[in-house]
Design a protein around this ligand. Structure first.
Ligand code: NAP
Length: 288
């Protein structure tokens, strides 16, 4: 497993971590990943997987980096502090390594959750602050109201078939030494990826490189300097395969071939539409 520095923290993060949305694998897949060096686990208060993560790291807590998230409905200061306390309890730990705002809350000024999150840092309950699904502008606004901390990570959707972040956010992360945590790096499953990869470029390169399609897709993500990926796998064999995506490099010719896969890239207008839909959802209590 290869490692990358998390922001400018000096912490070395494995370039392949483990996601746990819809995770139903129990402790074994997580333990298998940790043994192979995937010592970075991502969860959230809404995933119903924090207990499993806590169970998997029992006895080895300090060798695993745990990231969790607070949902926008809990961004009011008292609610955010309570959410963190509840996550700590479910994770069975006394600190969260990375606490992330899961999505922007369009109904509340960003200063409120950022002040509460800084209070948690002062209390020693969380070590680092991250955001998820924030645009560049939203990240800048969030950073501007922090008094003595830096946003060190941005968790966003990124894969060989969804390259929206290449329209600006990836460069912003590079320029500001922010780690980009790529979620859904397998497009929620290889069957989805296959739909965009009609000429089976992943299969061709996998055969040439002696790897699997999933390993090629993950390696493509982590070939970018500031990017680490967090595939989710309920199955131990998938976890092992995913860990094998690190430690080697696709050659420039293979990277060029992967550019032939049709990929999504949400432009400014479409992104604005998504945000508007989320804002309306939050207004009427219909989204997280
Ligand atoms: P993903 O990791 O792209 O895909 C997960 C699917 O891929 C599962 O069905 C899994 O199967 C399958 N899979 C895993 N490894 C495989 C392999 N080697 N070969 C073939 N299939 C494989 O999707 P995701 O869960 O959406 O994203 C990963 C993580 O990112 C989440 O778990 C979560 O932690 C995070 N995330 C964050 C947000 C956010 O808003 N911040 C949103 C989505 C996701 P099995 O489970 O059967 O092994």
């Amino acid at each position: 497993m290869k490692y990358k520095e998390l922001g400018t923290t000096g912490i070395q993060l494995p370039e392949i971590g483990m996601g746990t949305w819809h995770y139903r694998g129990g402790v074994e897949p997580l333990k298998a990943g940790i043994e192979l060096g995937a010592t970075f686990i991502d969860t959230a208060e809404t995933y119903d997987s924090e207990e499993a993560v806590g169970e998997a790291v029992k006895g080895i807590r300090n060798s695993v980096f745990i990231a969790t998230k607070v949902a926008p409905r809990n961004f009011k200061a008292a609610d955010l502090i309570r959410s963190a306390e509840q996550s700590l309890k479910r994770l069975n730990t006394d600190h969260i390594d990375l606490y992330q705002l899961h999505w922007p809350n369009y109904l509340l000024p960003i200063a409120e959750p950022m002040a509460a999150i800084e209070e948690l840092v002062r209390m020693g309950k969380i070590r680092y602050i991250g955001v998820s699904n924030f645009s560049v502008c939203e990240m800048q606004q969030a950073q501007a109201v922090l008094s003595s901390n830096k946003i060190i990570s941005a968790q966003v959707r990124y894969s060989v078939v969804d390259r929206t972040v290449e329209l600006g956010l990836l460069d912003y992360c590079r320029q500001n030494h922010i780690t980009l945590i790529a979620y859904s790096p397998l497009d929620l499953g290889m069957h989805n990826m296959r739909k965009s990869d009609r000429n089976d470029m992943l299969g061709k390169i996998a055969a040439e490189a002696g790897k699997t399609r999933a390993q090629v897709a993950l390696n493509w993500c982590i070939a970018r300097d500031v990017v680490v990926a967090i595939p989710k796998a309920n199955h131990v064999e998938h976890v092992r395969e995913n860990c094998g995506a690190s430690g080697w490099l696709l050659n420039p010719e293979q990277l060029k071939m992967l550019d032939q896969i049709s990929f999504r890239q949400r432009g400014a207008l479409e992104s604005a539409g998504w945000r508007l839909a989320r804002r309306i959802g939050q207004r009427f209590g219909k989204s997280i």
